[in-house]
Design a protein around this ligand. Structure first.
Ligand code: GTP
Ligand code: MG
Length: 457
């Protein structure tokens, strides 16, 4: 349903800038601009999608406010699906203010945050997940969150979600047909097929959620602990990774007593890197407390770098450290690889990902970063993009609810309850999934989503 009014807002940030862009959308967009914009070559027809130069002036009289360029993008091919006009002028707050005031007087109304995109959604130019991606795209501060937003905007999430919804709709159509003959028992083949369909939809939701969990972690930043027995070079590696001499490193075993933390940008992912006290039988109370802290850090970490000294045999303290990290995603750093190799007893760890490093020559440090990034992305193939398709809380909630409803549906089906009861859960799953795309969502939800947007987007 097309909106009747014409909205206006600056699309660039307030304050001084080289250029400011002011955007209008709605049936009156062109008419409003024609009243305030004097084209340099008056009398020529205004061609869509072409830049027109001229000046902005009050039709009621007075001099020009500013020189300006205007582009007219007719609906439905525009961003909002309506007639859109963009005016650019010099980026002075006073100019922007005057142009806005003029256009408001000539019939436009100030846009709400996100109202342009909201109109794009209402006019069917994008679904809700895509509209939300526009907001995420603008807000993204790391490459990882940018990649998620970009894929979501390209409709990747929408396609996966639509496919799940289609499966469930097909299933409900079949069940519906069965409900008309309640006196007949469901043939076991059919019952199995229903279960299989349900399970496949649930599995797909599960995998989206699983990826979402990783996505969220990437967005918020991850925590990585550097762990190992004393003197293997943890602090030296920590310094090499943060590119700063931050942690004290000495030839004395047991140098690090407390944990030290620094934030690094690991290929676009914010990572809190933690250097920890070496694992061994503590020789003092302070050291014992430090080791306790190391254990807590391992618990907290999303991934661990387990450091071994490649010039020495694997010992009891190394195994002790291994027992602590084995439950976590970890990478082995075979450090001191600049020295004569003397590693023995490593066979049992051969199957784990390992990188030879030297904190002294920096050899292998880049490789370690790369492997760590892959580990965090949750896939050995470095499927970073894959890991981050769902990261929006609204989507996660909808998927979780749909998954729960499908779980209930399955339980009912297995207990051979009437299909009409199964259908109730199935429908609720379909609705929850549809909400991601924006099907049948109420004004309140739209308000909540679009108020996060910037003005003018
Ligand atoms: N040759 C060589 N020496 C290294 C390397 N990494 C660390 N070292 C040396 O090994 C010693 C111990 O290094 P640290 O970084 O303090 O080791 P750590 O694991 O933090 O030790 P604790 O804090 O005591 O547990 C220091 O003398 C470092 O200079 C390396 O890659 N090659
Ligand atoms: Mg240390």
């Amino acid at each position: 349903m097309p909106e009747a009014d014409t909205i206006i807002a600056p699309a660039t940030t307030p304050g001084r800038s080289a250029i400011a862009l002011i955007r209008l959308s709605g049936p009156g967009a062109r008419a409003v601009v024609e009243r305030v914009f004097r084209p340099k070559r008056a009398g020529r027809p205004w061609k869509p999608w072409a830049v027109r130069t001229g000046e902005i002036a009050d039709p009621a009289g007075g001099g020009a406010i500013d020189r300006s360029m205007a582009v007219w993008m007719p609906g439905p091919g525009s961003y909002t699906g309506e007639d859109v006009v963009e005016l650019s002028c010099h980026g002075s707050p006073a100019i922007v203010e005057s142009v806005l005031r003029l256009c408001l007087r000539e019939g436009a109304r100030l846009a709400e945050p996100g109202e342009f995109t909201r109109r794009a959604f209402l006019n069917g130019k994008m679904d809700l997940a895509e509209a939300e991606a526009v907001c995420d795209l603008i807000a993204s501060e790391t490459e990882a969150s940018l990649a998620t937003a970009r894929r979501q905007l390209a409709g990747e999430l929408s396609q996966r979600v639509s496919a799940i919804r289609e499966t469930l709709l097909d299933l409900s159509a079949e069940m519906e047909a069965r409900i008309d003959f309640p006196e007949e028992d469901i043939p076991p083949d059919d019952a199995q097929r229903f279960l299989d369909s349900l399970e496949s939809a649930r599995g797909e939701i599960q995998s989206l959620l699983e990826q979402g969990r990783r996505g969220r972690r990437l967005r918020e930043g991850a925590r990585v602990a550097i762990v190992g027995r004393v003197n293997v070079g943890k602090s030296s590696l920590f310094n090499a990774l943060i590119r700063m001499e931050r942690a004290i490193s000495t030839p004395h075993p047991g140098t690090t007593r407390d944990t030290i933390e620094a934030r690094i940008d690991l290929r676009g992912v914010a990572v809190d890197l933690v250097d920890t006290a070496g694992i061994r039988s503590p020789e003092s109370e302070i050291e014992g407390l430090g080791i306790e802290r190391s254990k807590r850090e391992i618990e907290r970490a999303d991934a661990v770098v387990w450091v071994l000294d490649r010039s020495q045999a694997v010992g009891a303290e190394d195994r002790e450290a291994f027992d602590l990290v084995r439950g976590k995603p970890f990478i082995i750093a075979l450090n001191k690889s600049d020295l004569t190799p003397g590693l023995s007893g490593f066979e049992e760890f051969q199957s784990f990902p390992a990188v030879a490093t030297s904190a002294v020559t920096r050899r292998g440090v880049d490789q370690l970063e790369k492997r760590l990034w892959e580990r965090l992305a949750g896939a050995s193939g470095g499927a970073m993009g894959e890991g981050a398709l769902v990261s929006n809380v609204r989507h996660i909630e909808a998927l979780e609810e749909a998954r729960a409803a499908l779980g209930d549906a399955r339980a009912l089906l297995e207990r051979r309850e009437g299909l009409e009861f199964v259908m109730v859960d199935l429908r609720s799953a379909v609705d929850r999934i549809g909400a991601i795309l924006g099907l049948d969502v109420g004004e309140e939800i739209l308000d909540r989503i679009f108020q996060r947007f910037c003005i003018g987007k």
